[in-house]
Design a protein around this ligand. Structure first.
Ligand code: DCP
Ligand code: MG
Length: 389
């Protein structure tokens, strides 16, 4: 279960301080699906898909996640539910029960925090833990204790990556899943990263990946050995950071982020539509729902964004900021309608969303301190009928 890398040579020296600390990244396995299996043990070993209703293959919306058995059929997060249905119609398709997953997440985060000198929750099922030791045996012991405690209390497994910094811990956590444990010592970092494709580096997506490919850079080793100055010329500051990351250098700290950055809601239409009335009503309903979530969390907004996904999955966003913090739902509606008008009458629309950002507490103090851990970064997908019927 524990994977160690062979000793390797580095051509950049990580921060000397990094030796004192070790970082763990804990990521739960098939989180929503695994929780469903815990409450329905008869599903153990079966393909389980959590997400929108597949409606016999005609359903809209996407897969939230699925069990590892369903992944063997090619199903994965974000895939249209209709496609998942075609790949494995015998899967058990279940709706998203966010309240349950948030409750389980809260309990798991408490367990994880109890092992940490510093703790940073990064998503509903993922957190960094920083521990003050550089003795690999101690850290492995800690990781095994975490696994044992989560399994005993929640009957869930997780995968853990251990490394000298957040980058390495994060990539290591993904090497063996489910129930994996991957340890990368500071002197093993390059050997570990070198053969991986550049897209393993957080922030390198499809577009940057293609640019790098056109420069002959495909693996992290290619990137590490590339002239950093040329990367800066091409990508600006990001080029420099990319090069550092390819060398296994990441000085970002593990720190609890208590700020809610944005709150959003989106919906997928039952059928692609260009009906202005339906789009208009949907914007009203989404604006109300988003505004309700904003008020419940105690924030004001300055920026409204809309997102539109067309029938061909082409996705566009538009934003507008106002010069003052507001809590006015009518303003959310009018700005959203204005922003979306550019996209109506162009092609049929599959999905629309509204997001409020540039938030501050409505007691007037800038920089949000009020925090609901389960809200950060989550856009709730919902059905149009939840609002309109
Ligand atoms: N999630 C979602 N939509 C996505 C991706 C994820 O709703 N496109 C939700 C469902 C996941 C949870 O977030 O269970 C955690 O995301 P992960 O990427 O960690 O995926 P899993 O935990 O499901 O699987 P893995 O074992 O690969 O971590
Ligand atoms: Mg996970």
């Amino acid at each position: 279960m524990v994977k160690r890398c062979a000793i390797s040579r580095r051509n950049k020296t990580p921060d000397p301080d990094q030796g004192m600390w070790t970082i763990l990244l804990v990521d739960m396995d098939g989180f929503f699906a695994s929780i469903e299996v815990v409450r329905r043990p008869e599903l153990i070993g079966l393909p389980v898909v959590v997400g929108a209703d597949p409606k016999g293959g005609a359903g809209r919306g996407v897969v939230s996640t699925c069990s590892y058995e369903a992944r063997e059929c090619g199903i994965h997060s974000g895939m249209p539910i209709s496609r998942a249905y075609r790949l494995c119609p015998d899967s058990k398709f279940l709706p998203v029960d966010m309240a349950l997953y948030q409750a389980v997440s809260g309990r798991i985060m408490k367990i994880l925090a109890s092992y940490a000198d510093t703790f940073q929750r990064v998503s509903i099922d993922e957190a960094f833990i920083r521990v003050k030791t550089d003795d690999p045996e101690d850290v492995i012991e800690t990781a095994l204790d975490i696994k044992k405690e989560i399994l005993a209390k929640e009957r869930l497994t997780c995968s853990i990556g251990i490394g000298p910094n957040k980058l390495v811990a994060k990539i290591a956590s993904d090497v063996r899943k489910p129930d994996g444990l991957t340890v990368v010592a500071p002197y093993e970092v390059c050997e570990f990263l070198d053969p991986m494709p550049v897209k393993k580096i957080p922030g390198i997506g499809k577009k940057t990946g293609q640019s790098l490919k056109s420069m002959g850079i495909e693996t992290i080793r290619d990137l590490r050995e590339y002239d950093a100055r040329k990367l800066v010329l091409r990508f600006g500051k990001w080029g420099y950071r990319m090069h550092d990351l390819a060398c296994g250098i990441d000085r970002s700290e593990v720190k609890e982020d208590r700020t809610v950055k944005s709150i959003g809601r989106e919906l997928t239409f039952e059928e692609d539509t260009s009906d202005p009335g339906l789009i208009h009503d949907s914007i009203d309903a989404l604006a109300d729902a988003t505004h309700r979530a904003l008020s419940n969390a105690g924030y004001l907004f300055r920026t409204v964004s809309v997102k539109v996904r067309f029938e061909d999955f082409d996705t566009r966003t538009r934003s507008r900021s106002i010069g003052f913090p507001s809590s006015d739902p009518e303003l959310v509606k009018s700005i959203s309608k204005n922003l979306i008008s550019e996209f109506t009458g162009v092609a049929k629309i599959r999905l629309i969303g509204i997001r409020l950002s540039n938030l501050q507490m409505d007691n007037g103090s800038p920089g949000a301190t009020h925090y609901h851990p389960c809200m950060a970064g989550i856009t709730r997908q919902t059905s149009i009928y939840e609002f309109i019927r």
